[in-house]
Design a protein around this ligand. Structure first.
Ligand code: ADP
Ligand code: MG
Length: 694
């Protein structure tokens, strides 16, 4: 791309395009509708739709779609062309206001977790004018929310928008208390760092497990993995670089702020980070990024794996959700300020997050739970399944000084008083940046690191926004009527620290000792998705979401159901794939190889006692493994057959019985791989997959 700044956002119907193409009055009304978060008026929509269509057609579009994010976690689109018969066998291109505002996809096949049984069968999509329309592959895409006719959310976007409203409402109350008169709204911002693997397409095509499940279900460890740390930040290979260049260009055209690219820790693993933007926009953009990664990798003869754990024995992939709060006047509220007063506001907001993370640890953990991510969290490469918070030494010492009515640091003599003393700046790259913490303060934002690489970032941000909104609500309730604001503020901050400091942990989250320590502190350790899902329906959580009008009980029940259903389906597909691979490929191949070994033994015997130790011993061990694998595949079959009950019972059964049978079977097959002639093995090896791209 020659001129990035000229081409940036050329496929987006963004503010400057709207300003240029809409009549002044229409533009003004649209801005007002967006700002007030109201529904679009039909008369207004007619004009906007027409301008959008003309713009899209100039860019070569022939179709439009309502682009939405159902509870599958990915995006959905159904294309309609603009054509309308105009007599004489001719057509004209039309796009009505109604078509812009609302769509009615046949929703019956999207997961609804029982909502459709209780409510209305159909769903509809409604334009979210906060997100710009864009063109992708000749289709005008209109970002929409997806709801049932009863108004229940059937998607990931609706609760996200509601949670952004909730935190805006409560944060504004706090900001008023601190006299920020110029601020009229607060938005959360997110920059999601995205990890992924690239493997050679030809190798991928020969792995049924990758094709059906996105991860390898079999595979002996290669002689080399990531132990030399030679891949992390290493020189990028030409083929990967060509992919990254094209990806950046496509993302930029869509107005996506792709910024940083580098090799990650595991061989064949990479990362892309955008510059942050408003949370709903980041959510859309992250979905588009994942989609484009997969599409563009194919053009370069590669496949992009977004699974959380494609390979055993090397790092899996996550997504770091960098989160902050920003005012419409452009102030980052987690940037410690210059004055004591600004610092007091910063400390209060910090306390709101500490309280939220402690009180809603369970929800934060649930928001990242999936079959894929279960392989990562709790392993020794990703944040543990225990939620805790890293603040760094400096900030922790400040909180301790407030808690104990003590002086902060050696240079201060006076007792640290909120609202009176200035805090030091906390440089982002200060001393101990902790890489093992699930939730870290990184100078002017929080980095939530438990998200899986394939997940929509919506769920995690719904929880974060709502939980922090609740802290802020309680703080505002308490401070608004206070007669002496400063004393009340100081007392509140102190109390919050005392009540919630157990969530703060600055040490190494990968250490075994931390698990015991976290247990003593009463922190939760929810290891698997079936452990997590019931938390969605805990009374305190139902109350939280209801009170802030983010999710109703019925909507939570549906999400609980979808989560468990999905878990069971994923494990079931994995088990069936493994059985097919073992019975139809591995066992026949190894049996054939054993035959060639025994033939060799016989031939050597006929020649008069040539040494056949290798052939005999290998044939013997492989025969034992064949028999054991055959039996173990029967165990797996039996475990699958015994699966019954409600979704939670089923999910537990898959976790306890099915996945352990899969692990046992895999161990046998992986040993066979190390003994079998490479040419007879039916699949590309780990070595070929991880080191195939040059
Ligand atoms: P790293 O964590 O790898 O050191 P950076 O700190 O530079 O990387 O940023 C990581 C991500 O955090 C980027 O996507 C960046 O845009 C995002 N980020 C920076 N500031 C904010 C903010 N105020 N709100 C949300 N995300 C932010
Ligand atoms: Mg980071």
């Amino acid at each position: 791309m020659n001129n990035v700044s000229a081409e940036f956002g050329i496929n987006v119907f963004n503010d400057s395009v709207m300003r240029a193409r809409l009549p002044k009055e229409t533009y003004r009304q649209l801005q007002k509708t967006i700002k007030d978060g109201r529904h679009l008026d039909v008369n207004l929509a007619v004009v906007v739709a027409n301008a959008m269509k003309d713009w899209a057609i100039e860019k070569g579009a022939t179709h439009y779609t309502h682009w939405f994010q159902p509870m599958t976690g990915i995006t959905a689109e159904k294309h309609d062309s603009f054509i309308t018969p105009a007599g004489d066998g001719k057509v004209i291109m039309e796009f009505s206001g109604k078509e812009l505002i609302q769509g009615e996809p046949d929703a019956s096949s999207f997961p609804s977790g029982g909502l459709r049984a209780t409510f209305e069968a159909r769903g509809y999509t409604a334009w979210d004018p906060n997100s710009y329309a864009f063109i992708k592959d000749g289709v005008l895409c209109i970002p929409t929310a997806f709801c049932s006719y009863g108004g229940e959310a059937l998607d990931k976007k609706t609760p996200l928008l509601r949670s952004m409203e909730a935190i805006n409402r409560q944060a504004m109350r706090i900001l008023h208390l601190f006299g920020n008169e110029d601020v009229t709204s607060v938005k959360t911002t997110v920059g999601p760092e995205q990890e992924y693997f690239l493997v050679d397409a030809a190798a991928f095509e020969r792995r049924k497990d990758l094709i059906y499940t996105g991860r390898t279900l079999l595979g002996a460890r290669p002689p080399k993995g990531q132990e030399l740390n030679d891949h992390y930040f290493g020189a990028i290979k030409p083929r990967v670089q060509a992919f990254m260049t094209e990806l950046n260009e496509e993302l930029w055209k869509l107005g996506i702020l792709a910024k940083t690219e580098h090799n990650e820790a595991a061989p064949a693993q990479h990362e892309l980070a955008p510059i942050f933007s408003t949370t709903n926009i980041s959510t859309d953009h992250n979905q588009l990024t994942m989609e484009l990664m997969q599409k563009i990798a194919k053009r370069h003869g590669m496949v992009c794996l977004l699974h959380e754990k494609p390979f055993a024995g090397v790092n899996g992939s996550g997504k770091h959700n960098n989160w902050s709060l920003s005012t419409n006047t452009g102030t980052n509220l987690f940037e410690p300020g210059e004055t004591p007063y600004e610092n007091a506001q910063f400390l209060l907001l910090l306390c709101a997050v500490i309280k939220a993370v402690d009180e809603y640890q369970d929800l934060l953990r649930v928001s990242v739970a999936s079959a894929g991510n279960d392989h990562r969290l709790g392993g020794y490469e990703a944040p543990p399944a225990i939620v805790s918070m890293f603040l760094g030494t400096e900030l922790t010492e400040i909180l301790e000084a407030i808690e104990n009515d003590a002086a902060y640091g050696s240079h201060e003599k006076e007792v640290l008083k909120v609202g009176v003393h200035t805090l030091p700046r906390f440089p982002k790259d200060a001393t101990d940046r902790n890489r093992t913490s699930p939730f870290a303060f990184t100078g002017n934002k929080f980095e939530f690191r438990m998200l899986g690489s394939s997940a929509s970032i919506a769920d995690a941000n719904v929880v974060l926004n709502t939980a922090v909104a609740e802290s802020l609500r309680q703080f505002a309730d308490r401070l608004e009527p206070a007669e002496d604001f400063e004393s009340a503020l100081h007392a509140l901050i102190k109390e919050t620290i005392v009540a919630h400091k157990r969530i703060i942990f600055n040490g190494n989250g990968y250490e075994e000792a931390w698990i015991a320590e976290a247990g003593r502190r009463g922190l939760l350790n929810l290891r698997t998705t079936p452990d997590c899902a019931p938390c969605l329906l805990a009374d305190k959580n139902v109350r939280l979401f209801a009170e802030h009008r983010v999710l109703s009980r019925a909507e939570l029940e549906s999400r609980h159901e979808v989560m468990l259903e999905n878990y069971v389906k994923v494990l079931n597909i994995e088990a069936l794939t493994l059985l097919e691979m073992v019975r139809r490929d591995v066992l026949p191949a190894v049996s054939g190889y054993v035959r060639s070994l025994t033939d060799a033994v016989e031939a050597k015997g006929r020649l008069g006692g040539l040494d056949a130790t290798y052939e005999l011993e290998t044939a013997r061990r492989l025969s034992e493994l064949l028999a054991a694998a055959w039996r173990e595949s029967g165990q797996l079959d039996a475990a699958l057959e015994q699966a019954r009950g409600d979704t939670l019972t089923l999910a537990r059964h898959y976790r306890d019985r099915v996945s352990s049978a899969m692990d046992a079977l895999r161990a046998l097959v992986d040993e066979m791989e190390t003994l079998t002639d490479a040419r007879s093995w039916p699949y590309p090896s780990y070595g070929e997959l991880l080191f195939s791209v040059n």
